[in-house]
Design a protein around this ligand. Structure first.
Ligand code: 0GY
Length: 308
C-alpha cells in the first residue's frame, strides 16, 4: 500500500558523518524508531503523521556506521499499537536490539509473552497531544500492572507544562519509569528555574524514574552547528542535559532518535549528534554509565557482566 509523506516531512540524513567522539565499546542507542516500510507494515489509520520509510536494515547500518553495538527501538505513534514492524526489527537484529511497544486495552498473557520473546522490555505512554489521542489512566494503569511482573518498564513522553497534572499518575506507576527527552523542557527558560526544577525534583524524589537526555535537535532554539564538528552545536540544551547526567548518573540513557520524526527546521547529521555526547557527559565514567552500563542494566540485565 503506497503512503504519501505528510507535507513538509523531512527525510532522515542520508550520509551522516563519522563521529569524532569514539563511543565506548558496547554503547547502546537507546532511543530510535523504525517506520514501515509502509508497503510491508502499513501505518496506523489513527496516525497523526505519515513519515518517510525508515527500515530496520537502514537503522542497523547507521548503528554500525556510528559505532553503536545495540539499539533500543521505540514504537512510534505512526504505527499505533500495531507492533509488527517493531517485532520484525527485533527479530532481525540477532539479539542486538530490544524494544518498547505500545499496548492498548487488555493484552493477553500470550501476547505479552510473544512480545517478551521478541525482545520487548517496556511500553510507552504518550501524552503529547499532537501525536496521540487521549487514553484513560485506568487503561494505562492496568497495562502497567500487567507488565510489572515481566520486569518491563514504562516510557513516558510528555511536555514540561503537563508534568504537574500528570505527577500523581506517574508516581503511582509500579515499574521503572523512563522519561523521554527530559520531559521536553523549554530551554529558553533558566535551567535553575521552577519548570526544570520540578522535573529535577521528580527525579530526585522518585528513584524509579530515569531520563533520556536525548533530542537536542528537537529542544534547541540555538540550532545545529554552523559547520561540521563545531562544539557549540545545540549549546542551549547542554546545561539541561548535563545537569541531569551529573545529578543522576545511574539513571540516564542516550539515543539518536533516528529517523527524527516531525522535525521542521533541519534534519540532524547523526554523526554530529554523537559528537554532542561529551558536552553533556564530560568524563569517561559518565559516558560509560550513560551509553553502556545503564542501558545494559535496563534492557539486557542477563548480559551484564558477561558481554562487552
Ligand atoms: C520522538 C519524538 C516524536 C515522535 C514520536 O512516536 C512518535 O511519533 O516519538 C515527536 O514528534 O516529538 O521521540 O521520536
Amino acid at each position: 500500500m503506497p503512503f504519501e509523506k505528510s507535507p513538509g516531512w523531512l527525510d532522515w540524513y542520508a550520509n551522516p558523518s563519522k563521529p569524532r567522539f569514539a563511543l565506548p565499546a558496547g554503547s547502546v542507542d537507546a532511543h530510535c524508531h523504525v517506520f514501515g516500510p509502509g508497503e510491508r507494515f502499513p501505518y496506523a489509520p489513527e496516525r497523526k503523521y505519515t513519515p518517510c520509510d525508515a527500515s530496520c536494515e537502514q537503522l542497523f547500518a547507521l548503528r554500525d556506521h556510528l559505532g553503536f553495538a545495540r539499539n533500543v527501538i521505540v514504537q512510534a505513534t505512526c504505527h499505533g499499537a500495531d507492533n509488527r514492524a517493531l517485532v520484525d526489527a527485533l527479530e532481525r537484529s540477532e539479539g542486538r536490539a530490544r524494544g518498547v511497544a505500545t499496548l492498548r486495552g487488555k493484552p493477553t498473557d500470550a501476547q505479552l509473552q510473544r512480545l517478551h520473546a521478541a525482545g520487548v522490555r517496556g511500553v510507552r505512554f504518550n501524552y503529547v497531544r499532537r501525536l496521540v489521542d487521549f487514553t484513560p489512566a485506568d487503561e494505562l494503569m492496568d497495562i502497567a500492572t500487567r507488565i510489572a511482573p515481566l520486569g518491563w518498564h514504562v516510557v513516558i513522553y510528555f511536555e514540561a507544562p503537563d508534568l504537574p497534572e500528570l505527577w500523581d499518575f506517574f508516581t503511582s506507576l509500579p515499574t521503572v519509569v523512563v522519561v523521554d527527552h527530559m520531559g521536553r523542557p523549554d530551554v529558553t527558560k533558566p535551567v535553575d528555574g521552577p519548570e526544570f526544577g520540578l522535573f529535577l525534583r521528580f527525579m530526585q524524589e522518585n528513584t524509579n524514574v530515569w531520563s533520556k537526555v536525548t533530542c537536542p535537535e528537537r529542544l534547541s532554539h540555538s540550532g545545529p552547528p554552523a559547520r561540521q564538528g563545531e562544539s557549540a552545536a545545540y549549546r542551549d540544551v547542554v546545561p539541561f542535559a548535563r545537569r541531569v547526567v551529573e545529578a543522576f548518573p545511574e539513571r540516564v540513557l542516550w539515543g539518536t532518535d533516528w529517523p527524527h520524526p516531525n522535525l521542521v527546521d533541519h534534519m540532524p547529521d547523526d554523526g554530529l549528534l554523537v559528537d554532542f555526547i561529551p558536552h553533556i557527559a564530560p568524563t569517561a565514567e559518565l559516558q560509560r554509565k550513560l551509553l553502556v552500563d545503564n542501558p545494559m542494566r535496563l534492557y539486557w540485565p542477563e548480559a551484564v557482566g558477561r558481554l562487552a
